[in-house]
Design a binder for this molecule. Structure first.
Ligand code: FAD
Length: 410
């Protein structure tokens, strides 16, 4: 049981920060907890921002991670609309934008990630948007009116989810992707082909292998994209969805080891014994794959929140989970488990044309490294468990639809 005088400060009141504050109390932390967040809202879920929020099917109440009353009821002090500007690890205090210094005994960094910017002419015009928080989503929602024209730069998950939501609102959408296929960095070729067809069927125009020279505007407002080949693409709004960079600036300035993310172990410890780091701002061990990596996902934020809370409360670190992720577009639910490292073969189970299938990524020894499941929850669930147990299988048995996934996983 913890010492009631030991103060934990958490920088970043997002998914990871909000989760770790709640878990600390759940695991018996007795000392004061202060949650410092730059945004004005208590911790909320970001996934609906590219989906239900744009269609006005989600509001601030459904978005909230926990009801507002949870925090005072659990003696968690929220310092919202408050930016932490520095950490003094020697004297163990955090400087806030007001100049105030807040002392801590233990600090948790949960500062998330920031959308990458495109260093091209016109990137700062009005109507050129990124999507990370509610304030961004409100701007985007206001811009997506019927018959407006949206250009999405980047065919990653956020770009494609916004494209799907915008189509439901009657917006004309073009996605411009630099790589030869959408989702090139994060999904297999069969999955990219499936989503390209799904978006084409919903009248989204997708231009792959296409660079952008500039964003054109007049009177400070965007009116089009200028493609690398000189073609002009008229639009009213541009969403830049070209990935996110870990927000590790405070950690680097405080001298913590960072390498494109704050380096942590499986107890979410940094190189400072009084500082943990969790969520999108970290680079973490991936024990199933024998390497480190950055995982930008809600399940990762929750897993690392458990690791930090367990460590601070003197519990054993939780067993590492198989990384997983989901994306919703139209009526398609994609669920991904595992990571496609050292893949020898990609095996399809089911029929992409029927809208329900899974792509299994096999290592040379038959171990499943990852599964991408489209409207196929049984393949996702069984695949995830087979990855965790390092079950070996064969392409033929995975393709055999007469055998259930439970049977294959047994
Ligand atoms: P965040 O939730 O970003 O929280 C970080 C917080 O720290 C922010 O509020 C930030 O303002 C604050 N902060 C940063 N610096 C400071 C400072 N110096 N002082 C004070 N506060 C600070 N994941 C999925 O698994 N499935 C999905 O479908 C999915 N969809 C997504 C859709 C969108 C539009 C976005 C943006 C993300 C989506 N994600 C999804 C990713 C998921 O939301 C993130 O992985 C998760 O939010 C990470 O949690 P975090 O706490 O690390 O970061």
């Amino acid at each position: 049981m913890s010492d009631p005088s030991v103060h934990v400060a958490i920088i970043g009141a997002g998914h990871a920060g909000g989760s770790v504050a709640a878990l600390l109390r759940q695991y018996g932390w007795k000392g004061p907890i202060t949650l410092i967040g730059a945004e004005p809202m208590p911790p909320y879920q970001r996934p609906p921002l590219s989906k239900a929020w744009l269609n006005r099917e989600a509001d601030a109440t459904t978005l909230a991670l926990r009801p507002a009353a949870f925090y005072p009821a659990n003696a968690i002090t929220l310092r919202l609309a408050t930016h932490a500007t520095g950490i003094d690890p020697e004297n163990r205090n955090v400087t806030l934008a007001s100049g105030e210094r807040l002392g801590y005994d233990q600090l948790i960094l949960a500062t998330g990630a920031r959308p990458r910017r495109l260093p091209i002419p016109g990137h700062d015009l009005a109507g050129v948007l990124a999507l990370r928080g509610v304030a961004d989503a409100d701007l985007l929602q206001a811009a997506l009116t019927r018959r407006s024209r949206l250009a999405v730069i980047g065919g990653g998950y956020i770009g494609l989810e916004v494209a799907a939501s915008a189509r439901a609102l009657g917006v004309a959408v073009t996605v411009v992707e630099r790589e030869a296929r959408v989702l090139a960095r994060v999904a297999s070729p069969p999955l990219s082909a499936f989503f390209t067809r799904a978006h084409a069927a919903n009248d989204v125009r997708i231009l792959c292998g296409t660079g952008i020279a500039a964003i054109d505007g007049a009177a400070g407002r965007v009116f089009g994209l200028r493609l690398a080949d000189g073609t002009s693409l008229p639009c009213d709004t541009v969403l830049v969805g070209v990935g996110a960079a870990p927000d590790d600036a405070l950690a680097r300035a405080a001298g913590l080891a960072c390498d494109d993310g704050v380096l942590v172990d499986l107890a979410a410890r940094t190189t400072d014994p009084h500082i943990h780091a969790i969520g999108d701002c970290t680079r973490r061990p991936l024990p199933l794959y024998g390497r480190t990596g950055r995982l930008e996902s809600v399940p990762n934020a929750q897993e690392q929140a458990k690791q930090a809370a367990a460590d601070l409360c003197g519990r054993r670190p939780p067993v590492p989970e198989v990384p997983w992720f989901w994306s919703d577009q139209y009526d398609i639910r994609l669920q991904i488990a595992g990571l496609p490292f050292d893949v020898d073969d990609i095996v399809l189970r089911g029929d992409p044309a029927g809208g329900k299938f899974a792509a299994f990524h096999l290592a040379a020894d038959g171990a499943i490294q990852a599964v991408e499941a489209v409207n196929a929850p049984a393949e996702f669930m069984a695949g995830r468990s087979m990855i965790a147990r390092r079950t070996r299988t064969t392409a033929a048995s995975l393709r055999d639809m007469s055998r259930s996934m439970q049977e294959l996983a047994a």
